[in-house]
Write a protein that binds this ligand. Structure first.
Ligand code: GLP
Length: 253
């Protein structure tokens, strides 16, 4: 079932409220954080709402899904910079509790093993936020990635590099590789919210609906997860049959 919302602002409202509820019931919640355009209105609403409610975020722990290889945390297009810009610079976040893969780690393979282990040392992810790429990738797990993968280095597909070029300067080169949490790391999360907005995501959502679980469409692995919600706006839902769309905005439980 796909949960359909009228627009991105109603999705931001809903997901922000879900985050706030989680933090209230467990201040040391471990959040799996995503980046990308989809998350921007969600983080903006969350920052606003947390501020209004004077929510204490000092215990919150987060692990980001991915980072470009070669971009240090100070690079303006790194995901570390994205997270500072959209979340960490607000509300007294404690940076030592917020983790991202290091795109400039000396030994990338070793770093990946340590990153997956660090997630587990913190008790695993309570709530994982996910966007989805137009080819069905989650994190940077491109089509063909093994479902049992852990954090690893990935060569980005041409499609993904073209999609993400909008975040880089006109003639800048989008990094060719990245570190990503693996599909098994993602599936280990106790709860997952996948958010897809805009008409560019409509074809891949239709593929998700039409296909069985297949490594060719990485996010189909979520069909095996016991606690996942796919949250979609009307534009992204435009190729889905009504029979699989739920339009009631139920209270977050
Ligand atoms: C990017 C990120 C993903 C993100 C996805 C969708 O490449 N690695 O974590 O969820 O692609 O991005 P957007 O929300 O900008 O469409």
């Amino acid at each position: 079932m796909f949960h359909i919302f009228p627009d991105t602002s109603s999705i931001a409202e809903y997901v922000s409220a879900a985050l706030i509820d989680k933090i209230k019931s467990k201040p040391g919640v471990v959040l799996g954080a995503a980046t990308g355009g989809t998350m921007e209105p969600i983080y903006a609403r969350f920052v606003q709402q947390a501020h209004q409610e004077r929510l204490d975020l000092s215990q919150l722990i987060s692990f980001n899904l991915d980072e470009y290889v070669g971009l240090g945390a100070d690079h303006p297009k790194s995901y570390a910079a994205y997270m500072r810009e959209h979340l960490f610079n607000y509300l007294g976040f404690n940076e030592s509790r917020h983790h991202l893969p290091d795109g400039q780690a000396k030994n990338l393979e070793e770093h990946c093993v340590e990153y997956s282990a660090k997630v587990q040392q913190h008790g695993g992810i309570d709530l994982q936020l996910l966007g989805v790429g137009s080819n069905g990738h989650i994190g940077f797990n491109e089509p063909g990635t093994a479902f049992d993968s852990r954090c690893h280095v990935v060569q980005l597909s041409e499609r993904t590099r073209i999609d993400n070029s909008r975040f880089f300067a006109k003639n800048a080169i989008v990094p060719a590789s990245a570190i990503t949490m693996g599909l098994q790391d993602i599936m280990d999360a106790r709860e997952i919210l996948l958010i897809a907005t805009g008409e560019s995501k409509a074809p891949i959502l239709a593929e998700y609906y039409q296909n069985d679980i297949t490594e060719a469409i990485p996010f189909t692995v979520l069909k095996r997860h016991p606690n996942v919600k796919i949250i979609v706006d009307e534009a992204a839902a435009s190729l889905l049959p009504d029979s699989v769309c739920k339009r009631t905005i139920e209270a977050y439980v």
